[in-house]
Design a protein around this ligand. Structure first.
Ligand SMILES: C[S@@+](CC[C@H](N)C(=O)[O-])C[C@H]1O[C@@H](n2cnc3c(N)ncnc32)[C@H](O)[C@@H]1O
Length: 243
């Protein structure tokens, strides 16, 4: 199912998630990568880079950035904030770039892996693209142990264009035995002249236990998996290919 947030509404993405809001997340990732590698990261690959907000803050500090997303419209948004990065349209479960990177990052977008098979396929892509002495960082928004059904609102106005966007995000209680959760998004995009577009998107996100995330990494070829917390108390998985 094509999500309108990442297709015909993609140009509105900066009003959903302004790049300024990704600064702290990027700082945390940079410190983590540098510490784990024991050096400043050279080539970094992000799988599911979306609007490129996090990447835009990593860019000045890493050797080079390669950004992969399944939605061409999101890549166009990202190109504006990451003019020097390489952008590639591809599915994180299947893309093969034929080169290796110091670090591979999966965050936010990895939630769209809604079955154990998809999760493993995404991790196999990461395995395929990481140097032997490199690092893979996986930051799920939640694991089964931390997921909470919730309702939230977001969005903002753009004073320069006069456009505005607001959304309601409703995360539902998962059904017994399912490996995913659903979230309904109601989005109102309002143009400067007052014309509005109202959209409903249903997002389906993977719901796996901490052990299942770890095991999927092991199964994809990472014998060494370490678990740390980020400043927002989320689980962060660090995976190394080993020798
Ligand atoms: C919330 S956005 C990511 C935001 C991004 N991390 C940032 O810093 O702006 C989620 C992205 O995941 C992408 N996505 C979903 N499934 C994907 C897949 N199978 N392969 C690659 N990208 C995918 C969507 O197209 C969307 O751009």
């Amino acid at each position: 199912l094509k999500l309108r947030l990442y297709s015909d509404l993609a140009t509105w993405w900066p009003l959903v998630s302004p790049p300024e809001g990704d600064l702290e997340q990027a700082q945390f990732l940079f410190q983590l990568l540098t510490h784990a590698l024991g050096r400043r990261p050279g080539g970094v690959l992000e799988l599911g880079s979306g609007g490129g907000g996090v990447a835009s803050h990593l860019a000045p500090h890493v050797g080079s950035l390669t950004l992969v997303d399944i939605a061409p419209e999101m890549l166009e948004v990202s190109k504006r904030v990451n003019p020097s990065a390489e952008h590639v349209a591809g599915d994180m479960r299947a893309v093969r770039l034929g080169k290796k990177f110091d670090a591979v990052v999966l965050q936010q977008a990895v939630m769209y892996m809604a079955t154990p098979e998809d999760l493993r396929a995404a991790f196999e892509t990461a395995r395929e693209h990481v140097e032997t002495d490199g690092i893979v960082v996986v930051v799920p928004d939640f694991v089964e142990e931390t997921f909470q059904p919730s309702t939230g609102v977001g969005g903002r106005d753009d004073p320069s264009s006069g456009h505005g966007l607001r959304y309601l995000e409703w995360r539902h209680t998962p059904r017994e035995g399912e490996s995913h959760v659903t979230a309904d998004f109601a989005i109102i995009a309002r143009r400067a002249d007052g014309a509005t577009t109202l959209v409903h998107d249903r997002h389906v996100w993977g719901l796996f236990s901490r052990d299942a995330w770890k095991q999927a990494l092991v199964d994809a070829g990472f014998p060494i998996v370490q678990l740390v917390d980020d400043p927002w108390k989320r689980d962060v998985f660090l995976a190394r290919p080993g020798i």
